[in-house]
Design a protein. Sequence first.
Length: 390
Amino acid sequence: DSVPVGIHDLTFRTTSLQLTHAELAGHTGVPLAKYHRGIGQKAMSIPAPDEDVVTMAADAAAAVVGRHGADRIRTLVFATETSIDQAKAGGLYVHSLLGLPPHIRVVELKQACYGATAALQFATALVHRDPDQQVLVLASDIARYDLDSPGEPTQGAAAAAFLVTARPALLEIDTPSGVFTREVMDFWRPNYRTTALVDGRASIDAYLHALTGAFGDYRRRGGATLRDIHTICYHQPFTRMAHKAHHHLLQQAGLPAGPQDIAAALAPTTTYNELLGNSYTASLYVALAALLDSGTPLDGETVGLFSYGSGSVAEFLTATVRPGYRDHLRTEAHHAAVTDRRPVGYAAYRDLHGSGLPTDGSRYATAASTPGPYRLAGIRDHRRLYETNG
Ligand code: CAA
């Protein structure tokens, strides 16, 4: 039998600002219940002018590297669909900000929200090949839709960081996994746009169709039955989507699928995302962090992970929670990341949404705003300038 490989450490960070859905509803006239119950969102993370996917990812990565060191990290994968450069991997800025050693390959991966799960599988394979090496996966995204569009209340942001190693402390990644790919225009962002385009209803259908496909593949390849899986973490573009997904899967398996039972089963997985909003690649791993942090005893249990990336690629896999995992959690830091955010009013939120770096590369200094450890200072000669804060 080969050595077990999986997630040794997992954490997330987010932006320093938030817009509550109560504040949003006060100005859009949408009943608050539609946000709270209909889509299952209470607040969304909003980036300050000097925060972006690199500063969030560096913040999360620093915690992991601070605990485990970087000596054995041979690969850093940066998964994002909020890419800041067409050529250079965002992970290189993280590598520099954290002063990581030079003997690390750094690369960026993209397939919408699925990118981090691809990174997890690639990392697992690399560690199987050489169990002495560790792979740092960073999943960082800012979900932005047009103002006054149906997607607006499902915006958000976060970065997850996880370390993939042999003999992991948190979760072993199981085989088999199920995958499903189908080209579909449900959600996309052309290179010239800063906000995503989406066909909302089609995207929900595509998500559920991909879930059927990926779970079917998983089962045909010898995967566990639903009864043998303790809890499933779903990609959460908005947390009600996880309820829809679970309902869909239970119904297809001929199992009872009452709304109350589904809400109770998934509640431990949605506590962070309902306050952060969509974080694309990070969302599934934030859901996993919420489940591990929830207090539900999971030692030795099998948990499911469903990753969906519009466009579309999906994967269903399971992981076995390691006995004693609770000694390695970061629950306090996660609560702080969520609660330390400063609420912004509707007008300030709209101003922030409309502002951004100049697109012609001209010299620009961002307003000093973030209290976080890293900041995007501005642009000079078409170069993004990052710095350690304070
Ligand atoms: N009280 C309680 N519930 C209410 C309500 C009220 N007063 N008013 C409406 N609702 C409910 C509706 O019944 C509906 O629930 P159901 O779906 O269970 O029927 C829910 O609130 C949403 O209302 P609408 O159907 O009117 O939807 P909308 O036009 O506001 O748009 C959306 C919802 C399509 C999700 C939109 O927010 C959107 O486009 N979001 C972005 C796309 C997205 O997240 N897609 C998810 C799948 S794609 C993916 O997963 C990848 C990714 O990350 C983007």
